[in-house]
Design a protein around this ligand. Structure first.
Ligand SMILES: *[C@@H]1O[C@H](CO)[C@@H](O)[C@H](O)[C@H]1NC(C)=O
Ligand SMILES: *[C@@H]1O[C@H](CO)[C@@H](O)[C@H](O)[C@H]1NC(C)=O
Length: 419
């Protein structure tokens, strides 16, 4: 017989699954992608993440003051980030394949930085020019409508895409597949109509190819610098990539986090040490670390006993401190997401790659660079998201996360069940 507690848990689970009809067993629309670490030296990881955080805040300020279209920073973008995701996307018919960076921090899709855009009978030039300046790098050119092919045979006719005539900062890539919130495209076309450019996900939804306007992201954790094991699923979730029901967290109303995949969250270390009181921040695939407000970072530093490592810019702990490292709990959407001790450390096999020493133990929690109260006080970045499958649900204005670490991550680390 089941003890009463597990029976109750089972029933709750069954009810939650029934309430999440977007789960599909075989993802009809998925795109695999490769991940590469783009770190060029010591301290680079932290510097790139902090620059990205600063950019998010600058975009917020520009939006608030109504100067976004003229602001230098239009999109956070994928250039100069520490982790890049890359996928092959076809454009035209017959399709030419382009090697695109996947970006949740920007929303224009464009080609032409490397491989030249090949027009076919499906290519329609519009009268708009397009220009996006990223945190580092930029492109400008002409907006076209064309057929875009994603994954194995998912065809989107009439997708609005940029075709670069000039670009900087995209060596080795042809452009970007922008899957951030659509409003980030406002002001990128000229003449500027003030309207947004529908993303690939928007078009899949409006054409009825997918029944929910959402995209899900799976990362398989790895200890190598380049690996093709990511998966984007459009319109649903891939139930083979996570276990248990999803918790859905409403997009925060707090600005500027609400311009991105923003949520309210509090963070606790161990049973009772408060690190961050409930505040707004974002979930972001393009940030490598977990960044928290400076005061919260100081509390985490003293709670763990870590010291700041001058070479990497990361917190460092001893093996004895690692043995007693408590879990970090992220409370959001009424649930607590647990990062175990293993989940809080940088993969040791990659220590030297970030300028560190192979035997050292570095922590993935770092300083966002500003005190709490900015309306964007944390970023749950890649090191959080490789633990938890994530769903970016535009239709319902929410982010979905399962309570348990991904099965593959548990297999590597031996992490137990997460409550
Ligand atoms: C990698 O980082 C360098 C700077 O550190 C940047 O110039 C380059 O554009 C980045 N590459 C990609 C593909 O993001
Ligand atoms: C998030 O926090 C803000 C500020 O406390 C609050 O106004 C809001 O209701 C909270 N929830 C959401 C979904 O925004």
């Amino acid at each position: 017989m089941f003890p009463t507690a597990s029976l109750t848990a089972f029933l709750l689970l069954a009810v939650s699954v029934a309430a999440n009809p977007i789960v599909v067993r075989k993802p009809p629309v998925s795109l695999s992608f490769a991940r590469h670490l783009n770190i060029t030296g010591s301290y680079d990881l932290v510097a790139k993440d902090q620059a990205r955080a600063k950019n998010f805040m600058a975009i917020g300020k520009a939006k608030q003051s109504g100067t976004l279209s003229s602001a230098a920073v239009v999109s956070v973008g994928v250039t100069n980030v520490a982790v890049v995701y890359q996928a092959t996307v076809g454009v035209g018919s017959p399709a030419t394949n382009y090697n695109l960076l996947i970006d949740t921090g920007s929303s224009n899709t464009w080609v032409g930085a490397g491989t030249t855009y090949v027009t076919t009978s499906t290519s329609v030039q519009t009268s708009d020019s397009v220009s996006v300046t990223y945190g580092s790098g930029s492109f400008s050119g002409t907006e076209f409508l064309d057929t875009v092919t994603i994954g194995s045979g998912l065809v989107i006719p009439g997708q609005s895409i940029g075709v670069a005539s000039t670009s900087t900062g995209f060596t080795g890539f042809d452009g970007i597949l922008g899957i951030g919130p659509t409003d980030l495209t406002v002001g990128t076309l000229s003449p500027n109509t003030g309207s947004s450019v529908p993303t690939v996900t928007d078009n899949l939804f409006s054409r009825g190819t997918i029944t929910s306007n959402l995209v899900s992201v799976s990362f398989e954790p790895t200890t190598t610098t380049s690996v093709k094991n990511g998966e984007l699923t459009f319109g649903g979730t891939d139930s083979t990539k996570f276990t248990g029901a999803l918790t859905f967290i409403p997009i925060t109303s707090t600005s500027p986090a609400n311009l991105f995949w923003g949520i309210n969250e509090s963070i606790r270390y161990g049973a009772s040490t408060s690190i961050l009181s409930t505040t707004a921040g974002i979930v972001d695939t393009g940030t490598t670390l977990i960044l928290i407000a400076t005061d919260a970072f100081n509390r985490y530093t003293s709670a763990t006993g870590a010291v700041l490592d001058a070479t990497t810019g990361l917190l460092r702990i001893t093996s004895a401190q690692f043995s007693s490292l408590q879990s970090l709990f992220f409370t959001t959407g009424g649930r607590s997401f647990e990062l175990t001790a293993n989940a809080q450390i940088w993969p040791r096999a990659l220590n030297t790659f970030i300028g560190g020493t192979s035997g050292n133990i570095y922590l993935v929690v770092n300083d966002i660079g500003t005190p709490t109260g900015q309306g964007l006080d944390f970023i749950n970045g890649y090191t959080f998201l490789e633990r938890f499958y994530s769903v970016y649900d535009t239709s319902n204005h929410r982010v979905g996360l399962p309570l348990r670490h991904s099965p593959r991550r548990r297999a590597i680390d031996g992490d137990g069940w997460v409550r």
